[in-house]
Design a protein around this ligand. Sequence first.
Ligand code: CA
Length: 367
Amino acid sequence: MIKKLAALCLSIAMLTAIGCGEEKASTSQADAEKAEVKTFNWRLVTTWPKNFPGLGSAPENFANAVTEMSAGRLTVKVYGANELVPAMAVFDTVARGAAEMGHGAAYYWKGKTSASQFFTAVPFGLNAQEMNGWLHYGGGLKLWQEIYSDFNLIPFAGGSTGVQMAGWFNKEINTVEDLKGLKMRIPGLAGEVLQRVGGIPVTLPGGELFTALQTGSIDATEWVGPYNDLTFGLHKAAKYYYYPGWHEPGAMLEFIVNKDAWNSLPKDLQAIVTHATRAMNQDMLDEYTARNNAALKELIEVHGVKVQKLPDEVLLALKNASEEVIAEVIAKDEKAKKVYDSFKAFSDDVRPYTAISEKAFIEARDL
Ligand code: CA
């Protein structure tokens, strides 16, 4: 009995000793790891007013997701337009590393590289679903990364608004003639298309649209769709609200990351950033799909907005002009041509099935 007890004590002592030893070892290991844990505090500048619904909530949601997934090893502070830098300075600010990240739209940077326009919206081009297909499974994102590499930037798809509205006009648009001399805020390729049919395109950040339209310094503006347009009160500045958004059939936004900041991150944090952008990209489309409807109802029922379809004659003229503009843009710039060739090949591939799936189904549903 005594022998047995002694053996038991010895085993306990040994276990305890080993246990304590292990505990000590793991404590000092944890201390060492703690000392080595590097935290990163990033700044994210945006082209949107702070917390703007949809567009501005994507970077906020991204920041929260990254903090949570990394247990605080990477924190991201979001700055709205003009808080750290003006909207149109986002690209340069991130390129030179004065902020580690940005959120905006690639077509704002067509002055840097005309190829950027194809990553946001191509008039009469791909819708949101197709655009996501091209970027993530059709080689689009790889080309985008190639183009932005020259600017020390890494781009990621940053959310889509879905098909937009054609915009707000201070007069009715019945023929192409009505677009002549029309001063309209419309960025990217679509601005050049408007110019081709006689209009005067202007690029302004969202925050300046209401005042510009109300004071008459512009005659028309496109922005996004009911959810965002209602927030800006654009219905108080112009009477006619036209559809469809021929110019932005699935406007794709972007996250941009400074390449040096990216390279400074360990692999697991890079993976967190990559997957968080991908999740936010889908999340934005979900939000617009859920919110546009109530806003449209309010615009019509509460504010008496007149919603009208652009006449086919006008759409056809814009479509023909779009083809001319794109042909000229890609003739002048090799990189733009490379990107558009990929976009166009994907579009030619995807359209026959879209016609007998999404399009045919929606037509059937509405019979
Ligand atoms: Ca727009």
